[in-house]
Unconditional design. Structure first.
Length: 84
């Protein structure tokens, strides 16, 4: 009886190990599918990278500063010629 019982428990343990290995394989497969799907969605959204955004933001700031300087210069020239 003891030997039969041990074989039974050995078989149950082997089945549990096989089930755990299969579950890990399924988890890896699901993770891979989800990752690929997320990457595809992000590509389709046509998002910009942070570095590109920061570069354009700096360009816009510089353009605004230059625009303000030119506006002040034009105003000074207009005041100078309108007074003459």
């Amino acid at each position: 009886m003891t030997q039969t019982s041990n074989r039974f428990f050995d078989e149950i343990a082997r089945l549990m190990n096989d089930a755990a290995g299969a579950a890990q394989g399924v988890k890896r497969e699901v993770d891979s599918v989800v990752r690929n799907q997320a990457e595809r969605i992000l590509r389709d959204l046509d998002l910009v990278k942070r570095e590109e955004f920061e570069a354009v933001k700096d360009m816009a700031r510089l353009a605004r500063e230059e625009n303000e300087a030119l506006r002040a210069r034009v105003a000074a020239l207009e005041a100078r010629f309108s007074g003459a």
